[in-house]
Structure formats: structure tokens, C-alpha cells
Design a protein around this ligand. Sequence first.
Ligand SMILES: [Mg+2]
Length: 357
Amino acid sequence: MVEPASRYVIILKRDLSLAPVEKRGCSAEGHRVRILTVVHSDGALASYTHTMAVSKCRRLSGAALRELLDSVESVLFDCDGVIWRGESAIAGAADAVNLLKECGKRVLFLTNNSTKTRAMYVDKLRRLGFRAAEEDVFGTAFCAAVFLQAEARLHGKVYLIGSGAMQQELRNVGIEPVGMGPDPVSGGQTDWAEVALDPEVRAVLVGFDEHFSYMKLNRALQYLKDPKCLFVGTNTDSRLPLEDGKAVPGTGCLLKAVETAAQRQALIVGKPSKFMFNCAARRYGLDPAKTLMVGDRLDTDILLGSNCGLKTLLTLTGVSTLAEAKEHQQSGCPMRLGMVPDYIVESVAELLPALQG
Ligand SMILES: [Mg+2]
């Protein structure tokens, strides 16, 4: 059954109880998408109209970009691939972001990367020329700690598969993590199934961990066999993109391994989970309709924006491409339409002339 997504109106011409297995006659008509016929698993045909309410994927520049910026109070930036790549700022990004602030916009930074504390992000932002304070940064190390302390009201320790930054953020909110660093294998399978556990652990938290290993996977499984033990993940990004098309496995790979072993699904705090936006929205009283999410990934940044009713702007300096956005748009699939950005620019540097013009 097709589920109505925000921003779309779905009119069913008859009751449909079975999930469609094939769609026919999809057509993009300007800014509207119509799905004319659906074939169900029992062979039955049904027709419905699926109307996209607004134009999407618009290339913006000049006055139109200025108009968009005038219509929002807050701008949320993803970091990697949007304002910097690795250790280098995207050309013109710092000037554009700083000018936005001078124009009275609230500027916040939302990143799925769990390897830095808020303090570490501010160091990097300032080093690369961005004006920022710790309170402006919402990374998954910080948001996971907030989730466990304020949302889950955890009383107990956390078994942490993660970074030193995550350890620090947990301690900042009064939660004691265990399990940091390498966990070398010893003994045999019987020993592994009876591995020593800390009786005060009440949650397993998975983020990026360069020391991830079989023993850590096993230890997480043993904790998560207790259904009362919370299971939280920072993000599901499968790869960390590097320069020149290179990539390394991301946190999503580690999380999938733990989920598979534990036969449970983690609660995710990072994009596209609404929690990360809510974390910032609660702190600053953000109005979703007057907030713009700027990102380079369709499946995290843009989907977060769609999930939370924000305006979305894709930059082409990172992971996702214009062709991928268009493919989602033309698919007619409601699940994929959430990954179609409202607007597109080549780079955040294009905000600068729009703001100056
Ligand atoms: Mg990014």
C-alpha cells in the first residue's frame, strides 16, 4: 500500500489492500507526476492519481536564490561535501556562510560524522574560516549523548562501539561508556558466548569505530540479548567518501553487522532521522517552514528535510548527483520522492553573489 508522504496528495480511486508489484504509465508532466495504473500481486489492476504538489529539483541562481534565502529564518548545513571536503573548505563557502549570519540568518551545522565532539567541530570550522560556536553544531556524537540522557533517560552505562569523541560527549552528559579501544579475540566459541559483561550496561551505542572487531560484535550481541538493553546507532551512511572517488566503509556497515547479530534494529539519531532536526529545533525554536536544509546527500540530508517539512537545497560538491535526483523525481515512487530536493545549486559559494546582489 502506498503511504501518503508529506507534500504529496494521493487520491485512490478504489480500496487497495495489497501492495503494488508493478506500476505502469508513470509520467512526469512538468512539475507533476501521475501514476496511472498499478498492478497488484493478485493481478488486479487499479488506477490512482499521484500528484506532486510543488515544483522540485529547480536550479537556482541570482534573484531566485535570493528570494529563497529571504523566505527562511534558519539555514542548516551538512558539513562534508557541502562546506568542506576533508581538511579543505569548499571555495567561497566560508564567505557565504558568514554573510548569511551577517544578514541575520540563524546558521547551524548538522553532521552525521560521529568522530568529533562539538568542541572539535568548532575548532575545525574556525580553522577553515567559518564563524561558529559550539551551540551551533549538531553532530551525531553529541546528539546520541543527548538522546540517551534526555530522551531515553538512561540510568546506567553504555557499551560503546565508537570514537573518543563519542566517549567524551557521553561523559559530558554524565553517562559512563565502556568498551573503548581494541578488543582482541581470545578463547573459543563457548568462551565468546560467555564473555564477561558489565552488569551496569543498559544500552549499546554504535558509531564509527576504527577498532571494530569480531569480539566487539560478539559483546554487543551478548548485551542486546537482553530486550531491556537499548540499541542506538549514530547513522547508517554506508561509505565515507574521500577525494578522487576513493571511499572507506562507514558506520552503516558496522551497524548492519550488529543489527544482524542481535536480530534487532537500532534507533538512529542521525540524518535522515527526525531526532537530529528536533534536537536543533527544540534548542532554537526552529519553524520548519522557515528553515532550509543544505546538503550533498539525497538519502540523508535531503530526506531529513523532507521528513521534517523543511525546504531543501542540494549542492553538487559532494556525494549525490543531479542525475540521481532526477531519477528519484521521475520514478514516481513516493518513497523516493522524499529524496528529491526542492532546489539545486552547484556549490554553496553561489549563495554569496545572491546575498550581495
Ligand atoms: Mg555530506
